[in-house]
Design a protein around this ligand. Sequence first.
Ligand code: ATR
Length: 270
Amino acid sequence: MKLGLIGFPLEHSLSPVMQEAALRSAGLEGSYRLLETPPAFLRARLQEVRRVYAGVNVTIPHKETVLPYLDGLSPEAQAIGAVNTIVREGDRLIGHNTDAPGFISGLDEAGIAYRGRRALILGAGGAARAVAYALKEEGAQVALYNRTPERAKALCQALGLHLVTVESLEIAVRSADLLINTTSVGLKDPSSSPLPPGLLPRAGVVVDIVYNPPITRLLREAQQAGLPTLGGLPMLVWQGALAFELWTGYRADVQAMYAAARAQLAQTPI
Ligand code: ATR
């Protein structure tokens, strides 16, 4: 079973070790390769996928631009407007989005409640879109703040979210039951945070979808303030586990995927 990841650039991805651990655990023969694909080669890469791959993951910068090349979309991928998993069905390529249910599975695994709760999302990129869609579908009250207000406004209108402006940010953060950083602030940089120092929920859970470093500055400050936190690894592992199940029809060994991802992360420079 040939699997892989389409993106550009593709440094330090944890997906090959996670997916190969899941394949081994399920007793399946197969491989998961990094398919580095500059934008100009996306069309050709998808032709190759159609010929020889059972499925692939899709990452930056192709999650949205890949849509016109596909033959069908799952309802989630359609609503989010982004695809992170392609499944080949015969000679058809079907786009799915496992980022959204992957985020929810990570919350469920950690015992974090969201239904009916006030969730505040920081960021308005593709990751914010998947997280916002997932939380909204699951019955959370979702608000969103972004550095660039026009992007926040567009996303809030598209998904029916509450728009938080810079003026209302402080009150929104303090009253959030769930604060989720989906911006790239803190990625490979333990010294930066998407919020000013000292601004944290009064009693909410703080989630950062950044997984490298495992504890971002935002999470460290939340922990120091005594708040419960969740890092980005669960969303990464669960989106991969759900993709594996779509490709193979086998249950993914999530613990084996965690172990493989943690081992690789320990060797990966921040
Ligand atoms: P992705 O698809 O991974 O979510 P993206 O579309 O590039 O990536 O979105 C990145 C997000 O991080 C955006 O919300 C971006 O804010 P802008 O819309 O204002 O660009 C946010 N972001 C990146 N760097 C930031 C910074 N230094 N401060 C605040 N927000 C930042």
